[in-house]
Ligand binder design. Structure first.
Ligand code: 5GP
Ligand code: ZN
Length: 114
């Protein structure tokens, strides 16, 4: 299940290079090209789903694996505190329509987000 026009499908397929930091059976994690924190990693399902809700409905195991992978990445990079973000919809900043979990850590963060 991949979309030939999708950037993150191409990264999963290794057709577009990325700095991969973690892989599991159902997920791939790589550094964001425009990092917003010292650690900024994107965890994506190998299969194409438009957003986190579609992923949770279509493949709950992969959905859970994203969060497990995110926690492992934060720990591996030495962070006890971290923020996980799923932007869902262009109105809140989603720009790539392949589900991805942002893992942000390594600096203080404000709440609520802007
Ligand atoms: P969104 O705005 O959809 O929640 O997040 C998409 C993220 O993908 C952005 O943080 C953006 O910097 C990142 N991104 C866009 N293009 C690329 C790319 O080609 N490689 C990598 N590693 N990250 C990308
Ligand atoms: Zn995709």
């Amino acid at each position: 299940m991949s979309d030939p026009d999708c950037l993150f499908c191409k990264i999963v397929a290794e057709e577009v290079p990325a700095e991969v930091v973690h892989v599991t059976e159902r997920t791939v994690a790589f550094r964001d090209i425009n990092p917003q924190a010292p650690t900024h990693v994107l965890v994506v399902p190998r299969d194409h789903y438009e957003n986190a809700a579609a992923l949770a409905a279509g493949d709950p195991a992969a959905s859970a694996e994203l969060v497990t992978a995110a926690a492992a990445i934060a720990t591996a990079e030495g962070h006890e505190d971290y923020r996980l973000v799923f932007n869902t919809g262009a109105g809140v900043g989603q720009t790539v329509f392949h589900a991805h979990l942002h893992v942000l850590a390594g600096r203080s963060m404000t709440w609520p987000p802007g």
